[in-house]
Design a protein around this ligand. Structure first.
Ligand code: PMM
Length: 268
């Protein structure tokens, strides 16, 4: 069955949960809760990638994430480190992270792929066309799902040249990264193009703007968040159907239930 990755953003400015988990104790407790709810992996990030977010110095990023990564790893919880920075990736693997989640697929930091190669960790290669401050200007495609798959294929080749065996690679179509709302839906509808590359595939739609727009659930009130989590559970179940190996979400319970219902349907 499709695995669930629980999101732990240790940032002041992530778009849906910024500021909530800056205290390591609060962050660790939240991760424990996500794990108990059924998350197979906790994806720890210390830098927001939301559109227009400012870059965080690596020292500050590491100050936020390393104590939490270490505590979770010590507790036996599988951790992935969500970072664009090779030094942070290496430090997090030393602290116990098993997977490096780079939404840029090694493009943001030219040292990333060779650094990850040496650690032996698995790596998420996301589809990315440039930093978040101008990524919408790069959202130019003719057939978006096909182009995403072919650009990911190029990044897998770059990873292989850096010494990362294909079996260590997890691909991510990068929902929301250099894509308009309509393009995000096209990428999801055409997910088989990415699945056909033969790697594990991770899909992250959680609470993203294209969902909010589709169901008209703007604002940060509990009702709007609950509606976005329900929509996320649906896209995650559909992604699972389309061959996703894992989905990355804030609300583990809603997605767990959606995946269980889908599995019951498919298993009957
Ligand atoms: N999206 C965000 C952050 N990290 N990692 C992967 N692999 N895939 C994604 O789609 C992804 C990611 C942005 O969302 P957040 O601010 O809610 O974490």
């Amino acid at each position: 069955m499709t695995a669930i990755w629980g999101i732990l953003n240790i940032t002041p400015d992530s778009f849906s949960d910024g500021g909530r988990y800056l205290d390591p104790e609060v962050a660790i407790a939240h991760a424990g809760r996500l794990r108990a709810q059924g998350a197979a992996v906790i994806d720890v990030g210390g830098e927001s990638t939301r559109p227009g977010a400012e870059r965080v110095p690596a020292v500050e990023e590491q100050r936020r994430v390393l104590p939490v990564v270490e505590a979770l790893a010590t507790a036996g919880i599988p951790v992935s480190i969500d970072t664009l920075n090779a030094d942070t990736a290496v430090a997090a693997v030393r602290a116990g992270a098993r997977i490096v989640n780079d939404v840029s697929g090694g493009l943001a930091d030219e040292r990333m792929l060779s650094a990850v190669a040496e650690t032996g960790a698995d790596v998420v290669i996301g589809h990315w066309r440039g930093p978040s401050d101008d990524m919408y200007a790069r959202a130019q495609y003719v057939r978006v799902a096909r182009e995403v798959a072919s650009e990911l294929h190029e990044r897998v080749a770059a990873a292989a040249s850096a010494g990362i065996a294909p079996a260590r690679v997890i691909l991510d179509p990068g929902v929301g990264f250099a894509k308009s709302g309509a393009q995000n839906w096209e990428v999801l509808r055409g997910l088989d193009e990415v699945v056909a590359l033969g790697h594990r595939v991770l899909v992250g739609t959680s609470r993203k703007r294209f969902l909010t727009e589709t169901i008209a659930a703007t604002g940060s009130g509990a009702d709007a968040v609950a509606r976005r989590d329900l929509a996320t559970a649906v896209t995650s179940a559909l992604a699972a159907r389309a061959g996703a190996w894992a989905v990355r979400v804030h609300d583990v319970v809603a997605t767990r239930d959606a995946l269980a219902v889908t599995a019951a349907w498919d298993g009957a």
